[in-house]
Design a protein around this ligand. Sequence first.
Ligand SMILES: Cc1cc2nc3c(=O)[nH]c(=O)nc-3n(C[C@H](O)[C@H](O)[C@H](O)COP(=O)(O)OP(=O)(O)OC[C@H]3O[C@@H](n4cnc5c(N)ncnc54)[C@H](O)[C@@H]3O)c2cc1C
Length: 221
Amino acid sequence: MATTMAETGFDLTLSEEQELTQRAARDFATEKVLPRAAEIDEQGKIPPEILAQMGKLGFMGTYVPERYGGPCLDAVSYALVVEEINRACASTGVVLCSHMSLAIDPILHHGSEEQKEKYLPKLAQGEWIGCFALSEPASGSDAAAMRTSARRDGDHWILNGTSLRANRPGAEEERDRGVHRREGHAGVLRRQAREKAWDPRFGHRSAHLSGRPRPGRQSPR
Ligand SMILES: Cc1cc2nc3c(=O)[nH]c(=O)nc-3n(C[C@H](O)[C@H](O)[C@H](O)COP(=O)(O)OP(=O)(O)OC[C@H]3O[C@@H](n4cnc5c(N)ncnc54)[C@H](O)[C@@H]3O)c2cc1C
């Protein structure tokens, strides 16, 4: 594998800041995550204190700007953190990736200022865990075949559909005729839906943010 500047044309030398981030993530992953990896996989739950500590260390919002509560590191630092956490526990790693890449990133790049101020500080500090509801019982790779619909109703939206999964820690799971199904207790849920009115043939795909559902309430259907 090409790793040197001469071979790749890129300078792959880590900066001092990136090395510090890598070392902090490696120490944390080795000391706090690795010893609990088997327990996490067996129970299907990530201990909240692990995510809280990751939030305090800045790992839950690596490249979120300081004005939204993040440490404002670069994308390489994020990759280094993901690499180290995944080395210790792939379940914790995928929750981190969904949280950062599928929830924080779209808000950071496409959210309104109001959404950024409302969601990013709590997400970046690990107080809220973000996840993404895309997969449905009948649509996976072919995400455009999704059936969840979104309809504007006055000043709010009505979302109708069933999600198959959305990565998040400590999710209550139910097995329904062999389908691995999780219903929403996310801090922030980014739900993909189609707006039928926009295009009579296919509908326009859009993403909707929703906060933590109240206990006992089901995710929007
Ligand atoms: C680590 C991980 C994290 C995930 N996180 C999330 C998440 O946060 N939120 C969420 O909603 N979902 C998540 N998913 C689910 C993911 O989006 C779906 O698993 C993915 O879209 C595949 O869908 P599927 O499992 O239904 O497989 P299918 O789409 O049914 O595919 C099954 C097989 O058919 C093949 N195939 C599909 N279409 C074609 C085609 N047109 N031509 C040839 N072959 C084809 C595929 O390559 C595959 O081998 C995650 C999955 C993984 C593995």
